[in-house]
Every structure is written in structure tokens, then in C-alpha cells.
Ligand binder design. Structure first.
Ligand SMILES: Cc1cc2nc3c(=O)[nH]c(=O)nc-3n(C[C@H](O)[C@H](O)[C@H](O)COP(=O)(O)OP(=O)(O)OC[C@H]3O[C@@H](n4cnc5c(N)ncnc54)[C@H](O)[C@@H]3O)c2cc1C
Ligand SMILES: NC(=O)c1ccc[n+]([C@@H]2O[C@H](COP(=O)([O-])OP(=O)(O)OC[C@H]3O[C@@H](n4cnc5c(N)ncnc54)[C@H](O)[C@@H]3O)[C@@H](O)[C@H]2O)c1
Length: 472
């Protein structure tokens, strides 16, 4: 017998789990949400929110530097930036998030949740007790991901920083080595360098930054990094790391025989989905990677269909907004199925994850992408035509800054004359991305897009330039 029974149990109260519970309750169901650490998840305390709190002043000060007549009164006040960052993470107090869940209303259960057979979960509570929960209709796994530490000799023993230490930094190290030229590596290198890490070295094992984006994104970013004094080393990986005692500096041995000494080493080498200790074995599923789901977010490995997985843990797109979108689909589908209602409305299926998720990388320049890159589109067999445009030639951009630098690209499916992907890399373009997201996801025909006239003199006129480049 379960101690308590709900219509839906959600394991993991990150940004994604919370929304799924709210949608299920909106659909007339009851829900319990289980969280082992802080309600709000990685995003709220150690990822999206604090990293953007650290990056915003960096981008803004670069903007000021590009406008004749403006000057900062001095260097960035790191202590003030860190204090504001602390505010944005509510001082690591999740009281506000717990209240939000309770106001849904859903039941919040603090503790480590594990599946315990079909439609059941056990929660190990902070006092060591075990509470058993039963679900009438569904269990949703929203357990997120943890940083992946590569198997480099001595690395773990050297107590490397991950996104957690980097985003919650109290004392910026003077010398920093960063492993990984992906999103976290780029964002945190730039933030920490600008906030006081005078010697920042970024180790990139490939030959460019942000390997999954259009190549010019990495090119523009590396130029910006090098101009600011970040030492970017391509084709380099650590082979061994040493830190004899916790108070010693860290010595990083590289694959070309050289060494770097630093005060801290930050690992930004990707994520590992949290499936290891959630009881998947009790329902006959293996815990060896993301939980595969169908377009309604139902786990494909379970024939009777009561298990769902959303957010980072299903591996579709490790982005908060995409996880929350999956959560809306999932909560609504579960409510519809529980009520015997149609469960196949367009809003009951995830299509956006497959057309390509929008993503903003909050560096200077900002990197904004949606849909497929040219190489992805070609690999997927589309008949592709592309148009690129130098954004410094956009009339509105000329007014935005002196020496404005940026580039835009659209990838067109020539058979259907719709956009497959768009990339903007330039300062202050984050809010331009949603226009591209609409064009790609709604598959607006290019000849219709032509009539969406951008305002003069804004950077959004880049749309006109791209479409003219296409031949309209
Ligand atoms: C440095 C960094 C910056 C990022 N910036 C952005 C950004 O700007 N924009 C963006 O869209 N994405 C960003 N991301 C990605 C984003 O953080 C994730 O996609 C998002 O947090 C996923 O949400 P989630 O709810 O699936 O998982 P999480 O946020 O990881 O939440 C999962 C929750 O489940 C809990 N949990 C796990 N196992 C159990 C268990 N067994 N029992 C109970 N509770 C459990 C965890 O404690 C956690 O609270 C960033 C990531 C990093 C690392
Ligand atoms: N603004 C945003 O949207 C944002 C910000 C941060 C993170 N995120 C998300 O969080 C997730 C994790 O980000 P991430 O940067 O950790 O992962 P990532 O996959 O973007 O990048 C990891 C990088 O580390 C490199 N790497 C892996 N092992 C290595 C090794 N042994 N030596 C050297 N390099 C190695 C990889 O080649 C890759 O370039 C991503 O899915 C990302 O989308 C999003």
C-alpha cells in the first residue's frame, strides 16, 4: 500500500517538472512533485539564471565600449555583479519555488525519488525515512542532468569546478583553465575572464568553438575571445592533471607535452542524464542513457504507457525552454488520457524538438540559432540553398554601434521554399531570434515571409537583406 496516492507523480522539481505538474493539475488532476535538492532545479541556481546574471554586465560593458560618447566609470565591479547574481538565485533558498508548487496546487515532497514498480515511487526523505507514493495515471521523470567529468588521470582528484562552482563563484580565480569549447565553456570563459580571471585558457579538442553551430559562429566568437585576451587553444586536450593538496595550484598536462598552471580548472565537457539511481530496474528498463520518448513524451520502452520523461533526461534538447514545452505537452496529454478525451490534438505532440530548437548563447557577440545548420540539412537529405549576409551592412546596425560586426545565414529547403534554419551572430540580437523561430517552426513560405516587412532602421532589416539575397 502506498502512503499517499495522486493522479500524477513527478520526480524532479526543476523548471521542467514543475510545469508538467501545473499543466496536469490545470487539466483536473492531482499531482505530487518530488525534489531531492532545490525546487527550481539546476537552471534556477547553477545554470541559466546565474550564468546570465554574470554575463549581462559583460555584454553591456562591451556595448558601451562600442558607442562613441559613452564610457564606463571604471572596470566592472565584480563584487556588485556577484551580489546581484546572489539575488537572482534567491540566496539558494527555494522557499519561493516550493510556494509556487503548493499554489498550483500540488503536493511538494522533499527527498530522493525512485520508481518502485509500476505506478509507484519511493521517496527517501531528508530524515532518512521512506515514503511510498502511488500514481493513478502517470509517473513523470524530470530528473535532469549532471556535469560529465572526462576520464582524465588526476582530474577528479584535483576537485575541478563544474557549472555549479563556476556560476556560484565567490572569489574569481586569477588563473583559470576551461576544458570544452561548447556552450558552457564559451559562456563561462567570457564571464569569468571579464570578472577577473586574467589568465583564462580555453582548451578545445576540435578545431572550432560551438561545434554544432554554423562555422562562422565559432569564428566570430574566437575573434572576440582573442581580442579580450582569452587564450583559446584548438586541438588540445588535457592528458593528466595534478593538484597535490587542495591549497596547491592545479597543473594541467596537455597532449602536445606542454603544461599550464592555474588556480582552478573548470570542466565544461557536456552532461550526463540523471537515470542512475531512479529505480528504472524495478520496471524493467535499463539506466544506460536518455529515456527514449514518443512525441507525447511517453517512454517508448514501456508498453503499458504510464511512464513519461521530459527535459534534459530524455536527451532531446538540453534547454530549459524546450523542456518546459515538453512539460506542457506531457501534462496536457496525461490529463486528456486520464479523462478519456482526445489525446491527439496538435498541442498534444512535440514537433518543435524535431524541427530544431531555438538557442541563444549569451556571449558577446550573441549566437542565436534555430533549426538546422547547412551541414545538418544536407545530411538530412534536403535540397538546400543558403544565403549569408554581413550584418555590419544592415542600415539599422550602423546606428547600433561603431564597428558593428555580425553575420546572418538562412538555410532554405528549395523543394518547399521554407526555412530549415537561421543563425544570427552579432551583439544584441537575442530578441531577433523569435522571428526566425516562427518562420522555421510554422514553415512560413519564403514568398509569404517577404510581406513581413521589418521596421526601419532596425537590425531586423537583416531579414530583407537575406530575402533579397535569395532573389526576392
Ligand atoms: C551553465 C549552464 C547554463 C545554462 N544556460 C541555459 C540557458 O541560458 N538557457 C537554456 O534554455 N538552458 C540553459 N542551460 C540548460 C538548462 O539548465 C537545462 O536544460 C535545464 O535545467 C533542464 O531542466 P530539467 O528540469 O530537465 O532539469 P534540472 O534543472 O537538472 O532539474 C532536475 C531536478 O531534478 C532533481 N532530481 C534529480 N534526480 C532526482 C531524484 N531521484 N529525486 C528527486 N529529485 C531529483 C534535481 O535535484 C533537480 O532539481 C544551461 C545549463 C548549464 C549547465
Ligand atoms: N545558453 C544556453 O542555451 C546554454 C548555456 C549553457 C549550457 N546549455 C546547455 O547545456 C548543455 C551542456 O553544455 P556543455 O557546454 O557542457 O556541453 P556541450 O556538449 O555544448 O559542449 C561540450 C564540449 O566539451 C568538449 N569535450 C568533451 N569532452 C572533452 C575532453 N575530454 N577534452 C576536451 N574537450 C572535451 C566537446 O567536444 C564539446 O565541445 C548543452 O546541451 C547546452 O545546450 C545551454
Amino acid at each position: 500500500m502506498a502512503d499517499d496516492v495522486f493522479d500524477v507523480i513527478v520526480i524532479g522539481a526543476g523548471p521542467v517538472g514543475e510545469i508538467a505538474a501545473a499543466r496536469a493539475v490545470r487539466g483536473g488532476l492531482t499531482a505530487a512533485v518530488v525534489e531531492r535538492r532545490l525546487a527550481g532545479g539546476e537552471c534556477a541556481y547553477y545554470a541559466c539564471i546565474p550564468s546570465k546574471a554574470l554575463l549581462r554586465p559583460v555584454g553591456l560593458s562591451a556595448e558601451v565600449g562600442r558607442m562613441p560618447g559613452l564610457a564606463l566609470r571604471g572596470p566592472i565591479d565584480t563584487a556588485a555583479v556577484l551580489a546581484r547574481r546572489d539575488e537572482t538565485v534567491s540566496g539558494f533558498d527555494d522557499g519561493g519555488q516550493v510556494s509556487w508548487i503548493e499554489n498550483v496546487p500540488a503536493t511538494f515532497v522533499r527527498g530522493h525519488g525512485r520508481l518502485a514498480g509500476p505506478l509507484r515511487a519511493e521517496v527517501t526523505t531528508p530524515d532518512g525515512g521512506v515514503r511510498t507514493l502511488g500514481a493513478r495515471h502517470a509517473v513523470i521523470v524530470a530528473t535532469g542532468s549532471d556535469p560529465l567529468i572526462p576520464d582524465v588521470p588526476g582530474l577528479r582528484e584535483a576537485r575541478p569546478w563544474t557549472n555549479r562552482e563556476a556560476t556560484s563563484v565567490q572569489q574569481v580565480p586569477k588563473r583559470l583553465v576551461v576544458i570544452g569549447g561548447g556552450v558552457v565553456g564559451c559562456e563561462m570563459s567570457q564571464a569569468l575572464h571579464a570578472l577577473g580571471a586574467q589568465e583564462t585558457t580555453l582548451l578545445v579538442r576540435g578545431d572550432r568553438l560551438l561545434g554544432r553551430t554554423e562555422p562562422f559562429a565559432g569564428d566570430l566568437l574566437v575573434k572576440s575571445f582573442q581580442e579580450s585576451g582569452i587564450d583559446v587553444r584548438f586541438g588540445r586536450s588535457p592528458t593528466r592533471v595534478e593538484r597535490p593538496t587542495p591549497d596547491d595550484p592545479v597543473t594541467v598536462h596537455l597532449d602536445d607535452g606542454s603544461t599550464i598552471e592555474a588556480d582552478e580548472i573548470l570542466v565544461a565537457a557536456g552532461r550526463r542524464v540523471n537515470v542512475g539511481d531512479i529505480g528504472l530496474e524495478t520496471i524493467g528498463l535499463e539506466a544506460n542513457g536518455p529515456i527514449a520518448v514518443d512525441a507525447s513524451m511517453r517512454a517508448t520502452g514501456l508498453p503499458d504507457g504510464w511512464l513519461y520523461a521530459i527535459g534534459d533526461v530524455n536527451g532531446l534538447n538540453m534547454l530549459t525552454h524546450m523542456g518546459k514545452y515538453q512539460a506542457r505537452v506531457c501534462g496536457d496529454v496525461i490529463a486528456a488520457r486520464a479523462g478519456g478525451l482526445p489525446d491527439d490534438l496538435p498541442s498534444h505532440r512535440d514537433s518543435a524538438d524535431y524541427r530544431g530548437a531555438p538557442q541563444v548563447i549569451f556571449t558577446d557577440p550573441e549566437v542565436c540559432v534555430v533549426g538546422r545548420t547547412e551541414s545538418q540539412a544536407r545530411a538530412d537529405g534536403f535540397t538546400v540553398r543558403t544565403v549569408e549576409y554581413d550584418m555590419s551592412a544592415v542600415e539599422g546596425a550602423y546606428l547600433m554601434a561603431e564597428n558593428y560586426t555580425g553575420r546572418a545565414k538562412m538555410v532554405v529547403d528549395e523543394d518547399r521554399r521554407v526555412l530549415l534554419g537561421v543563425t544570427f551572430v552579432a551583439p544584441a540580437v537575442v530578441d531577433l531570434l523569435h522571428s526566425a523561430t516562427i518562420a522555421v517552426n510554422a514553415e512560413v513560405p519564403i514568398d509569404v515571409l517577404w510581406h513581413a516587412v521589418p521596421s526601419f532602421p532596425t537590425v531586423s532589416e537583416v531579414w530583407l537583406n537575406l530575402l533579397e539575397g535569395y532573389g526576392l
